[in-house]
Design a protein around this ligand. Structure first.
Ligand code: GDP
Ligand code: MG
Length: 163
């Protein structure tokens, strides 16, 4: 059975870029425009001899009650339900935001392993890039660059070690 890895996080943190790297596809829409990926998106990946499914989600706001944010939250709940493991992406350049904290509040109750992934970490000191995200209460941040590929293989190693 291929494990299902679900990518969650607010818009523009790099979920679709990581999806593309994990699946080596151009299927997920990557854009500067925040929140462009409105729906879940499925892909199959393999790294070394490890096979997995990846789900890219819209960025979501767990407290929104209506409109597109409500729809994205609903989709995210579905994505959590089908996850074997969740990757919570945050932006190491933008830093910690209130929206990240809202999502973390939801994920701390998720009945799944959650990895806190600090993206856009290329050229940054890893300890410095991750430090402020410890406050999210989701363990040690793993610093990667989805765009450049830095840290992605070690991240997959950690994921498969916990499964
Ligand atoms: P999503 O909304 O979470 O799916 O984010 P996207 O994958 O669409 O990326 C949003 C923006 O961040 C795009 O401009 C990407 O090129 C950029 N981005 C993604 N990953 C990285 C990264 O590792 N480093 C940097 N510097 N930019 C990145
Ligand atoms: Mg996207």
């Amino acid at each position: 059975m291929k494990p299902t890895i679900v990518l969650v996080g607010r818009p523009n943190v790099g979920k679709s870029t990581l999806f593309n790297r994990l699946t080596r596809s151009r299927d997920a829409l990557v854009a500067d425009q925040p929140g462009l990926t409105r729906d879940r998106h499925y892909g199959i990946g393999r790294m070394g001899d490890r096979d997995y499914l990846v789900v890219d989600t819209a960025g979501f706001d767990p407290v929104a009650k209506d409109g597109i944010m409500h729809e994205m939250a609903r989709q995210a709940e579905q994505a959590i339900a089908e996850a074997d493991v969740l990757l919570f992406l945050v932006d190491g350049r933008a830093g910690l935001t209130p929206h990240d904290e809202q999502i973390a509040t939801r994920l701390r109750r998720a009945d799944r392993p959650v990895f806190l992934v600090v993206n856009k970490g290329e050229g940054m000191n890893r300890a410095m890039a991750g430090a402020e995200f410890h406050a999210l209460g989701l363990g040690d941040p793993l610093v990667i660059s989805a765009a450049h590929g830095d840290g992605v293989r070690p991240l997959l190693d950690e994921i498969f070690d916990t499964l």
